[in-house]
Design a protein around this ligand. Structure first.
Ligand SMILES: [Zn+2]
Ligand SMILES: [Zn+2]
Length: 242
């Protein structure tokens, strides 16, 4: 499994740090978790066609996780590209988001719109294509936000989406009952030391801190220095194998 950070910023994009999006390649399969930035550019720069994307997963609807979603859908909403048909997994109420897309699309063209394959995310295992299994956990960040556990090739990867300001109260500790290969966790709402509390007993093999607020960026180096497990501050373009 190869993981690439397309964007690693929380809220307002910063110099060389765009909003959150993470690209997963598992064998021939390709998946995108959150689309805070225009991922078409990232895919094009890597010689990857939108056609190759199997599924997209959105943790919640805030703009720093969805800013690239409408450009992505709009790009493949052309007759010549109707064959590109990734599954788009959205938090509930999914119909509200679909209506918003349809309304936006009508502003750009009156010709007939295509249909997409949408799936509403629900807590528990909601996606399993035989290669990747995704389990959703509700977080307290907003009224409908999720974290995800990804299981593929015998590896387990956690992606936090966004937490509230007290992540230690809502972290899905049950995922740590089995070895966790990678945790990709946000730093938009609290300092990095919070992960010292969360992972005090059971630790991931590697923690990547992403979705970084400029307010808390400086808390990563001292935490990484003191942690008794590997901690990396992610940046746009960082890629690694699991
Ligand atoms: Zn966010
Ligand atoms: Zn958010």
């Amino acid at each position: 499994m190869k993981i690439t950070f397309f964007g690693t910023s929380a809220a307002t994009p910063r110099k060389n740090r765009r909003n959150t999006s993470i690209f997963f390649e598992i064998g021939e399969r390709k998946y995108i978790f959150d689309m805070g930035c225009n991922v078409i550019e990232d895919l094009s720069n890597r010689g990857i066609d939108c056609e190759e994307i199997d599924a997209v997963f959105i943790s919640h609807m805030h703009g720093d996780h969805t800013g690239g979603l409408i450009p992505f859908l709009g790009n493949i909403d052309r007759p010549a590209l109707f064959h590109i048909d990734p599954l788009i997994c959205l938090p509930p109420p999914m119909e509200q988001t679909i209506d918003a897309y349809v309304a936006w699309r009508k502003c750009t063209s009156h010709r007939e719109q295509r249909t997409f394959r949408f799936q509403e995310i629900e807590p528990g295992t909601f996606y399993d294509d035989g290669i990747l299994k995704v389990t959703a956990y509700r977080t307290e960040h907003c009224w409908m936000s999720f974290a995800f556990l990804l299981e593929a090739e015998g590896k387990r990867v956690f992606f936090s989406g966004d937490f509230s300001r007290e992540p230690e109260k809502e972290f899905p500790y049950e995922i740590l009952e089995q070895p966790l290969d990678v945790a990709i966790c946000e730093l938009g709402h609290f300092p990095a030391e919070k992960y010292g509390i969360i992972f005090a007993e059971k630790k991931p093999k590697h923690l990547y801190i992403a979705h970084i607020s400029s307010r808390f960026l400086k808390t990563i180096p001292p935490f990484a220095e003191s942690a008794d497990f590997p901690v990396t501050g992610a940046y746009d373009g960082l890629e690694f194998e699991v």
